[in-house]
Design a protein around this ligand. Sequence first.
Ligand code: UD1
Length: 362
Amino acid sequence: MKIINVVGARPNFMKIAPLMAAYAAWPQVTPMLVHTGQHYDQQMSQLFFRQLGIPEPDLNLGIGSGTAVAQTAEIMRAFEPVVRDQAPVAVLVVGDVNSTLACGLVAVKLGVPLVHVEAGLRSFDRTMPEEVNRVLTDAVSDLLFCTEQSGVDNLAHEGVSDQKVFLVGNVMVDTLLKNRQKAEASTILEDLSLCPQGYAVLTLHRPSNVDDPLVLGRLLDAIDVVQRDRPVVFPVHPRTRRQLSDSTMSRRIAAQTNLKLIDPAGYLDFLKLIAHASCVLTDSGGIQEETTILKVPCLTLRDNTERPVTVDIGSNRLVGTDPGRIVAAYRDVLAGSCEAGVPPLWDGHAAERIVGILRAQL
Ligand code: UD1
């Protein structure tokens, strides 16, 4: 019995790692790993395999960058013969990236059961590429594993049978808890001359935040105030790096002397960075969840979130892109303490639960 597991982009790697390990409890199954190649840089891909102990992919489709349409279409074309040749009992996809949707569509068109891990999350913002990927992937999935109750509720509203939906917790949290101690050995704080709790971390990569110079400029206005208060470490995603290379933007960045731009960090360095930050400012989805577990205040530079449990539980605040609002929230979180709890089932055992359910269902 083969199950094909798909990864493509950086946030997929921490989700697949605990699943690949959990299959060991199911000897009748041969888990195959297919990397679409959506992310291909050493810092965006290979480093994560090494640090998280993910087995080498059985196959890399080598798709690389392109428009969302070309990328999705190319992945579908390359993945179809793989599914035909391997005849798996299921295809498992994680998250909400273009690779998730592309491989999900191939599975359903070839009549192979589709499993979606991290199903049901909704920002209700269809201008967000990931939201379209989520809605469409869930619509064609046969087994849907949710990280939080909102996911279960959203799927029920969309008419998905509750027989197919399971609340299992969060595989990304499995990875975080497993690597928390190991990350402490990272020397990133010393390398960047940072004191624990004495700096903030910034990440930005959403097209809606970085592709429009006006929006990016407003965010930099807010960061300017923060970096006058304490150092801000900014691991820069390749998409954002391109936008910042514009001459006006680079001048503004150079003037912010306490803003430290670094290359995209590996998993362990990044975990150490956020674990000891006084505050994290981000437009990422996954980082909202990681800061929840680490009990580090998170300011989400968006107007919505598909992970509302992080807001309900108190570690995350939606602050949008207005500089005044961001700075006010920053001052507010630094003045208080982060007393947030932990969402149900975010306990490090989600992958085991998923494999147990797959074993019973397939
Ligand atoms: C993708 C995901 C997003 C996820 C993000 C994490 C989709 C729709 N989006 O966005 O959900 O949060 O990954 O990083 O799938 N590039 C490189 N090297 C790489 C990969 C990309 O230089 O290894 C550059 C390319 O110029 C590329 C650009 O980054 O055009 C964007 O990459 P892409 O995979 O299209 O989307 P992301 O913005 O990374």
